[in-house]
Design a protein around this ligand. Structure first.
Ligand SMILES: Cc1ncc(COP(=O)(O)O)c(C=O)c1O
Length: 384
């Protein structure tokens, strides 16, 4: 562990679906059972399963009422929240991250709120919860819907309460790399019945039904995926506990190294390590990145350096206004905000930190990580 275990339990459940001949969630009971079980596991009232987390994010932004002319506050390390905003033809507005937690900096939110702001999407990036009490308080004071992107943070907690249950909607991913992997899939959770109904128009309702309420996408999950979901949910806590152990191995290997700062929270939070993350500041301590990379290789230490090397707003889909064409959403005639939303230096912390990110994907054998963490420790000793 952790390696994903697909065994008789999964086969039994999928077999039952196939034998029933009822493979669609319309008319089937397995997806509804998966939704109930997932809601209970994270501590939410309602859950709506879909075919991916991007689908859940799209539906969540729509449920928040954001569309052409509106703004959605996003964080700039991952691009997903911003892309979901653009699915709805709304404008992503970026709030910079904290250099240590790498999550949205609550101090900077209020300065970005306008009369156009409808929602805020906060990413618990790599599995570390953002500072949710402050973020929710600020957003709700301005009547803004909070969507938590929990694609990395299954079972992570902030002040003892799970991510996905602090804001108005939590979005989870079951894509194959994630803590709970079903091939593909996603889940939206909420305590708000109205929002649950709106999510259901994308995830549950037959199209004939959902079109009565406006334009919705068919993002239904299949009964077979939900069947695997039920089986994997029984194992997911064990996976996550093991990922936390793996994260600790790297934390211990790095210790208080001044030029490699670990992603951690100054507030009570349980990180669940979709990736273990740190930031390389070696150049400020006389250690060049090239030397770091060379010694990593010599010590056979596997890390990823630099992630995408750019903040979300420099990705072509946003920077070159590819969206739905004709420059929308920024150049949409309904949009009354600044059309120069994404200048160089917009989020100076993200711009500085992203190329310096040191990431380890945690979901593989613990023995590998023991060796890899020891190798990282040797790298630090050699260069310090
Ligand atoms: C932070 C984050 N949000 C959303 C997604 C989208 O997930 P999915 O592939 O299930 O659509 C991902 C996928 O990698 C992600 O990392």
């Amino acid at each position: 562990m952790p390696v994903r275990i697909f065994d008789e339990r999964d086969l039994e459940r999928v077999g039952a679906v196939l034998q029933s001949g009822q493979l669609s969630s319309i008319g089937g009971a397995v997806t509804a059972e998966f939704e109930r079980a997932f809601a209970e596991a994270v501590g939410a009232r309602f859950a709506v399963a879909m075919n991916s987390a991007m689908s859940v994010l799209h539906a969540s932004v729509a449920a928040a009422g954001a569309g052409a002319g509106d703004e959605v506050i996003c964080d700039p390390i991952c691009v997903f929240g911003a892309v979901a905003t653009m699915y709805n033809n709304a404008v992503p507005v970026f709030v910079d991250v904290d250099p240590v937690t790498l999550t949205m900096n609550p101090d900077l939110i209020e300065g970005k709120i306008t009369e156009r702001t409808k929602a805020l999407i906060v990413t618990h990036v790599w599995g570390l919860p953002a500072e949710m009490d402050r973020i929710v308080e600020i957003a709700h004071r301005h009547h803004i819907i909070v969507i938590e992107d929990c694609a990395h943070s299954l079972f992570a907690t902030f002040k003892g309460k799970q991510t996905g249950t602090w804001g108005d909607i939590g979005s989870f991913s079951f894509q194959m790399s994630k803590q709970m992997a079903l091939g593909d899939g996603g889940m939206g959770v909420t305590d708000n019945e109205e929002l649950a109904k709106k999510l259901d128009l994308f995830g549950g309702a037959p199209t004939f039904h959902s079109v009565a309420y406006g334009l919705h996408w068919n993002y239904r999950i299949t009964e077979q995926t939900s069947a695997i979901g039920l089986a994997q949910l029984e194992k997911a806590r064990d996976y996550v506990n093991e990922l936390i152990e793996i994260g600790k191995l790297y934390d211990e290997a790095v210790g208080n190294c001044p030029w490699l700062t670990i992603q951690k929270a100054p507030y009570p939070a349980q990180h669940t390590y979709h990736f273990w993350a740190a930031v390389f500041w070696g150049d400020r301590h006389g250690i060049e990145k090239e030397a770091f990379q060379r010694v990593l290789q010599e010590e056979n230490c596997t890390v990823n350096i630099g992630y995408t090397n750019m903040p979300a707003y420099k990705h072509p889909v946003i920077a070159q206004r590819m969206g739905y064409g004709r420059g929308c959403p920024l150049d949409c005639p309904f949009y009354t905000g600044s059309h120069n939303q994404y200048p160089e230096g917009l989020c100076p912390v993200a711009e500085e930190v992203i190329p310096r990110l040191v990431l380890v994907y945690t979901f593989s054998h613990k023995d590998f990580h023991k060796r890899n963490a020891e190798a990282l420790h040797r790298v630090i000793e050699r260069l310090s």
